[in-house]
Each structure stands twice: as C-alpha cells, then as structure tokens.
Write a protein that binds this ligand. Structure first.
Ligand code: HEC
Ligand code: HEC
Ligand code: HEC
Ligand code: HEC
Length: 276
C-alpha cells in the first residue's frame, strides 16, 4: 500500500487527516461531503386514509419511498402496527424510488362503537401517518328479528354458493326504504325507495344485486349488502367511496338508469340524491 501523502500506516488502516490512497483505497471525507452523502428517505403521500373498515377487513395503502439523499439507503425496513408490507429489507439507491403496498388488516372483533384508527408507518426515517375507523357491529338489518342475529359471514363467502343462513337479510324481508350511508365520507346519505323502484320499474333483483343471479322476491335467500364488497374492495370491485360517475358502483348503476330513463323525477344531479 502506498499513501500519496505521507500518512501514518497502522496495519492496513491509514490514519491521517486528509488521505488519498491508491492500492488499498483509503479515503477520508470532509464533514461537508459526509453530510451530502447521507441517505434521506421521503414517503409520498405522507398521509393515508383507511376509511371505514369492517372487522377483519383488509385495506391496501400505496406509497412511494424516495431516497432524496446522496447515498444508497441500506436495508430499509418498514414498520407499522397492523400492516404487512409487500417488500422487505429494501436497498434504495441515491435518487431511487420504490413503490410500496402496505396491507392493513383490521381487528377481527367489531367494537361496540365506531373506533378511530390512527398511527404511522415508518420506513427508515420516512413516515406515513394514517387514520381511519373500525366500524361497529352492523346495525340489525331492517326487519331482522334479534333472535336471528348470527355472526357476520366471512367477507370472502361466495354469494353464489349455498347461501349460509347467516349471510344477510333474507329476500322476503327486503326493505321498503333504505338510507344508503355505509360508504359515507363527504356527502349526505342517499334515501333510496327500494320497494318503489322495483315495483315501478319492474326490475329484476339482479339488476342491482348482480352477484346473486336469479334472486327472487319473497325467497329465503340471504342478500348481501353492496357495501360488503364495494366499501373496501380487495378485488376488481369499484369502490363506493369514489366521487366519479364512472367509478362509484352506485353512480354507475343508479345514475346510469336515471340518465337512460330521462325521467325528470329520476335525479342525475348530486343534490338530487345527496340531500341535506
Ligand atoms: C342517483 C343518485 C346519486 C346521484 C345523482 C349522485 N350520487 Fe353520489 N352516491 C350515491 C350513493 C347511493 C352513494 C353511496 C352512499 C353511501 O353508501 O354512503 C354515493 C356516494 C358518493 C360519494 C362517496 C361517499 C362520500 O360520502 O364521500 C361521493 C364523493 C359522491 N357520491 C359524490 C357525488 C357527486 C359529486 C355527485 C354529482 C356529480 C353525485 N355523487 C351524484 C348516489 C348518487
Ligand atoms: C335498483 C337497485 C336494486 C334492485 C332492483 C333491488 N335491490 Fe335490494 N337493495 C338495493 C340496495 C342499494 C340495497 C341497500 C343495502 C345494501 O346492499 O347496501 C338493497 C338491500 C336489499 C336487502 C337488504 C340487505 C341487508 O342486509 O340490509 C334485501 C333483502 C334486498 N335488497 C332484496 C332485494 C330483492 C329480493 C330484490 C328483487 C325483488 C331487490 N332487492 C332488488 C338495490 C336494489
Ligand atoms: C359479493 C360481492 C359483491 C356484492 C355483494 C356486490 N358487488 Fe358489485 N361488484 C363486485 C365485483 C367483484 C365487481 C367487479 C367485477 C364485475 O364487474 O363483476 C363489481 C362491479 C360492480 C359494478 C360495475 C360493473 C360495471 O358495469 O362496470 C357495479 C355498478 C356494481 N358492482 C354495483 C353493485 C351494487 C349496486 C350492489 C348492491 C345492490 C353490488 N354491486 C353488490 C362485487 C360485488
Ligand atoms: C332501472 C332504473 C333505475 C335504477 C337502477 C335506479 N333508479 Fe332511481 N329512479 C328511477 C326512476 C324511473 C325514478 C323516478 C321515479 C318516479 O317517477 O317517482 C327514480 C327516482 C329516484 C329518486 C327520486 C325519487 C325518490 O324515490 O325519492 C331517487 C333518490 C333515486 N331514484 C335513487 C336511486 C338510487 C340511490 C339508485 C341506486 C341504488 C337508483 N335510484 C337506481 C329509476 C332507477
């Protein structure tokens, strides 16, 4: 090993203030250079909304981790209570980015009252704060006798399969009027005249309950709520929290028909449905 500067050589380590060594590389950076060469992790977005979660539901939060510093960030591990991450032990180059999907799994037991969820995800210095709420046990469905109350079915139960008795309100107990508010976040609830709609428009049940083909009025078939699949979809199901007319499943189905009918009593404007 040959030191360009006459430095002291102690074993294989050069000890000197400013060294430039060739052969067995020895470098000593100035404090300013050392600072510039630090890794700096920043998460975008810095906040996440889990929305209203049902017990046991899963929700995916996507964010990007960017290393805005001058050095490679080594073995970045993300942590957040309740979250599982799709990537573990990341190494992010200076200026590099990584897209991260964090899956939150809500507690299995529904609380008696809605419970606020909040906390943070940390990935080596970068922070994503989150909030949301864990929904209480579903309010007894209209017309359901308390004696019939049974544990909620598994979220992945197939509605087309043999209907488990506990899966939902039976078709014969279909509600006359419904206040649609399970997806509510920013807009007033929507009053929906269920019975009138079906009678006046002679609608087949599966026009709306599309996962239950051939559903019949008056039968004992349990009916799944739209929100059970559309509130926190984990598959291709569009979310009922969407604002857009093309993405919200209610907007697609409800406004879709209202436009088609062109009936002035069938609202197509926001306030016609979101009243109050
Ligand atoms: C035909 C009725 C109808 C019309 C018209 C309509 N909506 Fe909705 N919208 C609904 C229903 C039903 C839901 C689901 C409500 C729930 O479960 O909380 C919904 C949900 C939403 C949500 C997500 C839930 C929330 O509270 O944030 C937004 C945002 C929304 N609508 C915005 C709009 C806007 C903006 C317009 C006008 C451009 C509009 N809607 C027009 C029926 C309608
Ligand atoms: C125009 C759309 C539409 C049609 C047609 C329709 N429904 Fe519904 N139904 C809904 C909506 C919206 C709800 C509200 C609750 C939810 O699913 O979130 C609902 C709720 C129900 C419920 C209560 C579910 C629960 O657990 O609270 C039953 C039972 C039901 N419908 C049965 C029927 C039957 C039987 C038919 C055919 C005779 C029918 N529906 C036709 C839209 C429709
Ligand atoms: C068992 C789960 C489940 C239930 C219950 C359910 N949906 Fe869906 N829905 C889905 C899935 C999955 C998709 C996406 C795949 C597809 O198009 O079939 C979807 C798609 C849709 C679409 C988009 C289809 C299109 O034309 O783009 C609309 C609208 C819709 N659902 C409305 C409703 C309404 C209204 C209810 C309640 C009356 C309801 N869904 C109940 C699972 C469900
Ligand atoms: C197949 C067609 C069709 C579908 C699907 C449909 N509607 Fe309607 N809706 C109508 C018609 C037609 C009228 C006007 C009825 C009248 O003449 O009173 C109407 C009227 C309404 C009204 C105003 C009158 C009232 O009942 O207060 C509201 C609100 C409404 N619909 C909400 C909804 C919501 C929410 C959905 C989806 C869950 C929906 N509609 C789905 C056809 C439809």
């Amino acid at each position: 090993m040959s030191c360009a500067f006459s430095g002291v050589r102690a074993g294989l380590v050069c000890v000197f203030a400013v060294l430039t060594c060739t052969g067995l590389v020895c470098t000593a950076a100035t404090p300013a250079q050392a600072a510039a060469a630090k890794a700096k992790l920043v998460a975008t977005p810095a906040t996440a909304d889990l929305g209203n979660l049902e017990a046991g539901a899963k929700k995916v939060v996507n964010f990007t981790l960017e290393n805005q510093g001058g050095a490679e960030a080594k073995k970045v591990a993300c942590k957040g209570s309740g979250f599982a991450f799709d990537k573990k032990g990341l190494t992010i180059a200076a200026g590099g980015k990584e897209a991260i999907a964090a899956t939150y799994t809500a507690a299995k037991a529904a609380p008696a009252k809605a419970k606020a969820l909040s906390g943070k995800i940390t990935c080596g210095g970068a922070v994503v704060t989150f909030k949301g709420s864990l929904q209480p046990k579903a309010a007894a469905a209209p017309a359901a006798k308390p004696a019939e109350t049974k544990p909620e079915p598994k979220a992945d139960a197939k509605p087309e399969g043999k209907p488990a008795e506990s899966a939902g309100t039976k078709a014969k107990n279909a509600p006359d009027k419904v206040s649609l508010k399970e997806c509510q976040a920013t807009k007033p609830p929507v009053a929906f005249a269920h019975k009138e709609h079906i009678a006046e428009n002679k609608l087949a049940c599966d026009t709306c309950h599309h996962t239950q083909k051939g559903l019949k009025a008056g039968s004992d078939t349990p009916v799944k709520k739209c929100a059970s699949c559309h509130l926190n979809p984990t598959d291709k199901a569009p979310s009922c929290k969407e604002k857009s007319a093309a993405k919200n499943p209610y907007h697609i189905r409800c406004i879709g028909c209202h436009k088609e009918k062109g009936d002035e009593k069938a609202p197509t404007k926001c306030a016609g449905c979101h009243k109050g």
